[in-house]
Design a protein around this ligand. Structure first.
Ligand SMILES: [Zn+2]
Length: 169
């Protein structure tokens, strides 16, 4: 299942659910995708949210909404900036996003303790009060991550850019 962020030519934003990217393309070709608000068939893809889901609030200098720095706002602010150019990001914005990601990565590195392979174990100890409350980072398998989430322990998969590792580890 693929959830796409879509926009019509009147800039109505809505979600489209498709079996796959191919399914979306084929429905687009047959003009089956329509805006639920105005019925327009002139639909384009918005920037998908997950790509920006990295606490980038402080990294979006053009955002007028920096005061409310929750993650949802952060994820939405940049999307509006690019609503007219959904398919390919302009190079300038791409590098801005890369910068934002790098800053977020550095922030994570600077504010967390590296517990390496003991990540799952340590996350549990903190959750159950057996270790001091603090931010940690480390390696966990997909299985371990799923188990932690099942136990109600918040973990965030985050792939660090190589350059962030070089400068800070
Ligand atoms: Zn519309």
């Amino acid at each position: 299942m693929k959830v796409l962020d879509l926009l019509c030519d009147a800039d109505h934003r809505f979600e489209g659910w498709f079996a796959s990217e191919e399914d979306f393309q084929s429905q687009m070709e047959r003009a089956l995708v329509q805006c639920p608000m105005c019925g327009s068939g002139d639909i384009r893809k918005g920037l998908s949210a997950p790509r920006l889901n990295l606490r980038a609030s402080s990294a979006a200098p053009t955002s007028a909404r920096q005061g409310k720095a929750n993650e949802e706002e952060a994820a939405q602010a940049p999307r509006q900036d690019v609503s007219n150019r959904p398919q390919t990001l302009p190079a300038e914005l791409q590098s801005q996003l890369q910068d934002a990601w790098l800053r977020a990565a550095r922030h994570v590195i600077a504010n967390t303790e590296n517990v390496g392979e003991r990540f799952a174990q340590e996350a549990r100890r903190i959750h159950y009060g057996d270790a001091p409350e603090r931010g940690i980072r480390g390696q966990a398998s997909a299985e371990e991550t799923a188990e932690l989430l099942e136990e109600g322990i918040d973990v965030m998969p985050f792939v660090l850019p190589e350059s962030a590792k070089e400068t800070l580890q």
